[in-house]
Design a protein around this ligand. Structure first.
Ligand SMILES: [Fe+2]
Ligand SMILES: [Fe+2]
Length: 196
């Protein structure tokens, strides 16, 4: 990973890592580095641009520790769907977090921003990059939960199958715990898990 740098974006890897680290706990920063490692492995296997995979992974949780007030203000500022205000940090840090990444880090590549936007929900149509980020976030080496080994195994074999595995297990978890389900997550389920 040391050989990945970002001259075309106008910053160095060191500068980017410093900015990202300044926004989050050490634990979350370790997670972010783990996601990058997993994303690069998946990107090599699935013919995805390594620089984009690195940037999407490093920045995906950039806004995770922002206040609710920051997210609500950004929803107003960007005139986003007002329904977003009924949700919470789990949804905001991706859907709305992408705008903090664009404004504060100067990353404007639409494919990277879209991947960040849907990294917790998935989407009915996902780019290879979006799938990689979605899966890498779930299987990175610092994750420990029942089923993670199986998820890693599926991811090593087939990216779409890994999207399906993760989506099914995430929705099962949400239902078992009576947590709300963002509609886009159901669209991901219908697209990747449900049989025709
Ligand atoms: Fe996240
Ligand atoms: Fe994450």
């Amino acid at each position: 990973m040391e050989n990945i740098d970002y001259p075309q974006y106008g910053f160095t890897r060191d500068a980017l890592l410093k900015k990202i680290a300044s926004q989050m706990s050490q634990k979350r920063f370790t997670h972010v580095l783990g996601v990058e490692k997993a994303a690069l492995t998946l990107a090599k296997k699935n013919n995805c641009d390594l620089t984009k995979a690195s940037l999407a992974a490093l920045t995906h949780d950039y806004a995770k520790e922002r206040s609710d007030a920051d997210f609500l203000a950004m929803i107003d500022k960007k005139k986003l769907d007002p329904d977003l205000k009924n949700w919470n940090n789990n949804i905001w840090h991706g859907m709305v977090g992408q705008y903090f990444v664009a404004e504060e880090l100067g990353i404007e590549d639409p494919e990277i921003l879209k991947a960040i936007a849907v990294h917790t929900t998935g989407d009915q149509k996902m780019s290879t990059l979006a799938k990689i980020l979605y899966v890498a976030d779930y299987i990175e080496e610092n994750r420990h939960f029942p089923g993670v080994e199986k998820a890693r195994q599926v991811a090593a074999e087939n990216l779409d199958a890994a999207v399906a595995f993760e989506t099914q297990h995430t929705l099962l978890y949400l239902m078992e715990n009576k947590k709300s389900i963002y509609p886009l997550a159901l669209a991901t389920y219908n697209a990747y898990v449900a049989k025709p």
